[in-house]
Design a protein around this ligand. Structure first.
Ligand SMILES: Cc1cc2nc3c(=O)[nH]c(=O)nc-3n(C[C@H](O)[C@H](O)[C@H](O)COP(=O)(O)O)c2cc1C
Length: 325
């Protein structure tokens, strides 16, 4: 059974990528991911703030959040100094430890001088770059069009600086995700990761204060991703799709590939079951392929991907359900 696939022009020996998380923050766990059968790893993100703090320090500034003392205070405890160097070393160590693609990840919210650092990550050996553009659309003063334009500007700036493939990881909060995805693909994104997951909100009813919600996803969250992989593949998007959020077992991986994904990304399921769970998922995929007479991923990638399925997924299904059928 051949489980290899291509993602961002890179050859992956399996479609399961370990997404950016603490699993991918050091060479030891990265090696464990590769041993369990991961096709690639997305390194733990370096944040735009970390890069800027380093750049500003070199220029003699320390306060990048001088109007937000709480954020400034948090950053002080979070930063170790030499953030960029630390990340460059992580890339080099990961590349030494494994023979699968190592994809660097930058979490960002604005275009600007931090983008100049992308090239350092390419030079350190990163096989590709994932931009987790995380502009939280929570402020009523933020114009939706301006937010979307910023995504494009960030991507364009980075694409001018590097020659390795660039993917964009986005959240699911857009008025028209399909339009946004197509804009990113038309402006040079080699791949899209659907979706980033914002931390959930909650309220502690004892203290009556806002509290962080569940950090790990549930398997039901997978269906939003599945819908948009189907929709984007059916509309012929010209870039690779990597499904993320709620991927919890081999069946989920099979569904995403049937919908048109080139790869899937996993994180919460590994926190729950351990890194070796990757090999169980791969065994389950293999067994399904065997029972359906498929010998490679290409045999079924995008198989559920035509106009009827698109309609079924959307309006028709809605109408049927509401007429009680
Ligand atoms: C502890 C933890 C750390 C994470 N760190 C990052 C990060 O640095 N960069 C990033 O893009 N996503 C990060 N994520 C998000 C995951 O990569 C992933 O997008 C999200 O958890 C949804 O996938 P899942 O349902 O498989 O967990 C993190 C998630 C968790 C739970």
């Amino acid at each position: 059974m051949n489980l290899s696939t291509t993602y961002l022009g890179l050859k992956l020996k399996s479609p399961i990528i370990v997404s950016s998380s603490t699993f991918t923050a050091n060479a030891e766990t990265i090696a464990a991911c590769a041993k369990a059968g991961a096709g690639a790893v997305i390194l733990k993100s370096i944040f735009e703030e970390q890069i800027l703090a380093d750049i500003k320090k070199e220029e003699g500034y320390t306060n990048i959040y001088d109007t937000m003392p709480e954020a400034q205070q948090y950053l002080k405890t979070f930063l170790r100094g030499n953030e960029i160097e630390h990340y460059v070393n992580l890339i080099k160590e990961a590349k030494k430890a494994v023979d699968i693609p190592v994809i660097a990840s930058i979490n960002c919210t604005d275009k600007g001088e931090w983008t100049s650092i992308s090239k350092r990550f390419q030079d350190a050996g990163a096989d590709a770059l994932e931009l987790n553009i995380a502009i939280a659309p929570f402020d009523n003063n933020l114009d939706p069009k301006a937010i979307e334009d910023e995504y494009i500007e960030i991507l364009k700036q980075v694409k001018q600086l590097v020659s390795i493939p660039v993917s964009v990881k986005i959240g699911s909060h857009f008025t028209n995700i399909c339009n946004m995805a197509f804009r990113l693909a038309c402006n040079g994104a080699n791949g899209l990761v659907l979706f980033n997951r914002f931390y959930n909100a909650d309220i502690d009813i004892k203290t009556m204060k806002a509290a962080p919600g569940q950090a790990l996803s549930s398997s039901e969250e997978n269906s939003t991703t599945l819908r948009y992989i189907l929709l984007l593949a059916a509309q012929g998007i010209a870039c690779d799709l990597s499904a993320s959020t709620g991927i919890s077992d081999g069946d989920h991986v099979i569904k995403q590939i049937l919908a048109g994904a080139s790869s899937v990304q996993v994180c919460s399921v590994l926190y729950r079951n351990g890194i070796d769970y990757i090999s169980q998922m791969l065994n389950d995929i293999e067994a399904w392929m065997q029972s359906n007479g498929f010998s490679c991923i290409a045999d079924f990638k995008g198989k559920v991907n035509h106009e009827d399925d698109l309609k079924l997924t959307e309006r028709l299904q809605y109408l049927r359900r509401n007429s009680g059928i």
